[in-house]
Every structure is written in structure tokens, then in C-alpha cells.
Design a protein around this ligand. Structure first.
Ligand SMILES: Cc1cc2nc3c(=O)[nH]c(=O)nc-3n(C[C@H](O)[C@H](O)[C@H](O)COP(=O)(O)OP(=O)(O)OC[C@H]3O[C@@H](n4cnc5c(N)ncnc54)[C@H](O)[C@@H]3O)c2cc1C
Length: 364
């Protein structure tokens, strides 16, 4: 089939590579590929550690996405030499004080009740695994199954794979979806709308029913001084006086320290937020103090009212695939697989009925 995909973030790119490798003729439209949330993301593939209370409908999607990730990575590796930053060292989650330790225990019970593998370990064990951790810890768990990619590398690798698969990459902004379809003068049999927050701004009628809001996240990139490398090997997450923090090591000697969550519309890194990330990061891994601060940036997560993505048909030939909020790097494997199944008319491997794109139509 002839397929046009609008948006080349993690979701559009994974979908492009999957469909092109399956033999479809794909065109990918984006004025600035991988410039959205994907550029700023931490890249944790964390179906367990990212569990949030009352988001039960999300868990099966995140778990399926985690299981399908290796398949997506294999496919990418088959079509490019570029790295994705995929690492399987696992994740530690730490508590800074006694109240945080209580919270960690409650989260762990909740995770275990949902069948996730989370191991309580002593703080001494945590420090043996990661000697750079502070000795002042009140609790620790290990989540060996939560992995990571480096989203900027992943996106570059998928873009290269798409080129190698003969995808037509058009660096333009799309204004409507319908115009790409055959019956309206275009040449596509199907159009996939995968342009993150941009999906709600298309001129097509269905677009106005997509309630999307930017949830801003400040995130830092620090370079470890050579004698300290690697400061940590695993993803280190923590709760510090109730505030979440994460530290993600990259293979290039940098670490990401993130991320805030705010809906104030301000698009520059905010000084107070950066201060908070550094304070809490240093509390868990004191060696961060010695690092060079290379970058502070802000990304806008595409949030939906119920935190579930929009994934499904909006009309006969248009598939909407957006609203992946905090988990779009992880969920890109699911987005790509389900979109291929929807297009090819094969059974869909996971129940996405709760993700219907029109579910908020008519509600303000
Ligand atoms: C600080 C931060 C940390 C995060 N950490 C994680 C994490 O650890 N793990 C995880 O799974 N997720 C994480 N996320 C969430 C994740 O980044 C997003 O859910 C994901 O990137 C969404 O991908 P996307 O492809 O849908 O959208 P985007 O990455 O926003 O890409 C949208 C693309 O569409 C293009 N576009 C927009 N409008 C148009 C148009 N009209 N025509 C053509 N192209 C258009 C843009 O140029 C852009 O390239 C994080 C996000 C932030 C901000």
C-alpha cells in the first residue's frame, strides 16, 4: 500500500520503519524530524518503574511495548549501522528519607499486585551495585527488566533505516490529512497522523476532537569528568522528600538528570526547576556536583485527558497515533505494531479499544 506518515518523532519513525520493512511504500512528512518531545526524552523503557496509581489501563500497553521493543530494535539494526543507545543494565529506585521509603514500599506493593518484577534490596546492596550512590539512603528496589535507549540516537538510527528502506522523506509541514488521500487528489491509500501535539492543529474535522495539552519537562545533560566515568551504570531513580528524580547514564560519558512536569506554558528551562533537579540528583548521586552542565532543555509531552494515547482509525483511511504523553519512547514499539496490524487488517495483538481517537468528541 501507499502510506503517508505525518510526523517523524519516535512514534512516526518506528511506524515508518515497521511499515517500510513490511514492503509498503512509505512517505514521511516532517519539517524537522525528531525535533519534538523525542529530542528531549530520557528514553527509559520502564513499564514497571513508571507505574502511576490509577492508570491501570496503561499497564498492559506498557508491558506489551516493553516485550516488543527488542523486535523493533532488531528491525532497526537490520537496516542501519547507527547505534540506538539501548542498554539493559536495569533500574534502581531509591528513597532519600523514611517517608520516601514508605512511599517506595507502597509503590512496590502496587507494582507486585500488577505482576511486575520489582525486588526490594538493602541500601548496602544498592551501593554495592552503584558505588556512587549516597550512603544516606532509606530504601532501595531493583527493577532489572526496565531498560533504556538514547532517544536522539534512536531517532537518528530510525531515520537512517527509513532512508535505507527507500522511504520518501519530505521536509514539509502538513496542514491537513485528507489531502494526502487518493480520493482527494493525493496518492496515499492510508495516512497515519503521528505528529505529537501537532495532531490537534490539523484542519481536518476529526482533529479538533483530539484533546492534547503540552506537559513541559525540564531535563539536564551533564558530562562526567573522565576519572569518574561511568558515574552510574544503571538508570537510577529516586524519591527525594516526595519528589521524583532520575539519572540516566549514556554510553558517551554524559548523564541525563530529569525531569520536571509542569503545565505553565513556559517553553524555556526554568531556573527554579533546574535548581531542583540538581539538588535532588546530587542528593542521590553526590558525584553529579563534579560534572559539567552541558545542556538544559525543555520538551513538551503530548498529554491527553485520561493519559491514554489516541490510537485507531479516525475515518476509513486515517489512523491517529499520538498522545503518548510520558511514555512515547517506550510505546513507539506498540504504536508501530498496532498501526501495521490496523493497516493490514490482521488481528490487533493488544486491546486498544480504550485508545479510540474520538473518545472525547463533543466534550469540552
Ligand atoms: C523531559 C521528557 C522526558 C521524557 N522521558 C521519557 C522516557 O524516559 N521514556 C518514554 O517512553 N517517554 C519519555 N518522554 C515522553 C516522550 O518523549 C513522548 O511521549 C514521545 O516523544 C512522543 O513521540 P511522538 O513521536 O508522538 O511526538 P514528538 O516526539 O513530539 O514528535 C512529533 C513530530 O511531529 C512533527 N510535526 C508536528 N506537527 C507537524 C505537522 N503539521 N506536519 C508534519 N510534522 C509535524 C514534529 O516536527 C516532530 O518531529 C519524555 C518526554 C519529555 C519531555
Amino acid at each position: 500500500m501507499n502510506i503517508t506518515i505525518i510526523g517523524a518523532g519516535a512514534v512516526g519513525l518506528a511506524t515508518t520503519v515497521t511499515l517500510a520493512a513490511a514492503g509498503h511504500k512509505v512517505r514521511l512528512v516532517d519539517p524537522a524530524p525528531a525535533s519534538g518531545a523525542t529530542h528531549h526524552a530520557g528514553g527509559m523503557l520502564a513499564p514497571a518503574a513508571e507505574v502511576v496509581y490509577q492508570q491501570d489501563p496503561l499497564f498492559p500497553l506498557m508491558q506489551a511495548a516493553g516485550q516488543w521493543y527488542p523486535e523493533l530494535l532488531d528491525l532497526i539494526a537490520h537496516h542501519t549501522q547507527l547505534p540506538t543507545g539501548h542498554r539493559t543494565d536495569g533500574t534502581l529506585v531509591l528513597a532519600a528519607d523514611r517517608a520516601d521509603a514508605e512511599h517506595l514500599r507502597n509503590v512496590q506493593d502496587y507494582q507486585a499486585a500488577h505482576g511486575m518484577t520489582v525486588e526490594r534490596i538493602s541500601t548496602r546492596e544498592a551501593r554495592t551495585m552503584e558505588p556512587a550512590l549516597t550512603p544516606r539512603l532509606a530504601g532501595a528496589v531493583s527493577i532489572p527488566g526496565d531498560h533504556q535507549v538514547f532517544p536522539r540516537q534512536l531517532a537518528a538510527a530510525m531515520l537512517d533505516a527509513a532512508r535505507n528502506l527507500g522511504v520518501d522523506i519530505v521536509r514539509e509541514q502538513a496542514h491537513s490529512v485528507a489531502g494526502f488521500l487518493k480520493e482527494n487528489g493525493g496518492d496515499a491509500d492510508r495516512v497515519v497522523l503521528a505528529n505529537g501535539l501537532g495532531a490537534a492543529q490539523m484542519s481536518d474535522e476529526f482533529s479538533s476532537a483530539l484533546q492534547l495539552r503540552p506537559v513541559y519537562g525540564d531535563i539536564l545533560r551533564c558530562a562526567e569528568p573522565e576519572p569518574q566515568q561511568p558515574l552510574v551504570r544503571r538508570v537510577v531513580r529516586g524519591f527525594v522528600e516526595g519528589r521524583p528524580i532520575y539519572i540516566i547514564p549514556r554510553s558517551d560519558g554524559t548523564i541525563a538528570v530529569g525531569a520536571t512536569s509542569r503545565e505553565d506554558g513556559r517553553q524555556q528551562p526554568r531556573a527554579g526547576e533546574i535548581y531542583g533537579l540538581l539538588r535532588d540528583g546530587i542528593r542521590i548521586v553526590p558525584g553529579i556536583e563534579e560534572c559539567d552542565l552541558v545542556e538544559a532543555s525543555v520538551g513538551a509531552r503530548p498529554g491527553t485527558p485520561d493519559d491514554l494515547p489516541y490510537l485507531g482509525y479516525a475515518g476509513e483511511k486515517i489512523i491517529v497515533s499520538t498522545g503518548y504523553f510520558r511514555h512515547g519512547i517506550l510505546l513507539s514499539s506498540l504504536a508501530a505494531r498496532v498501526t501495521r496490524e490496523l493497516i493490514e487488517g490482521t488481528p490487533v495483538s493488544v486491546d486498544v479499544s480504550a485508545c479510540a481517537p474520538e473518545r472525547f468528541a463533543g466534550r469540552s
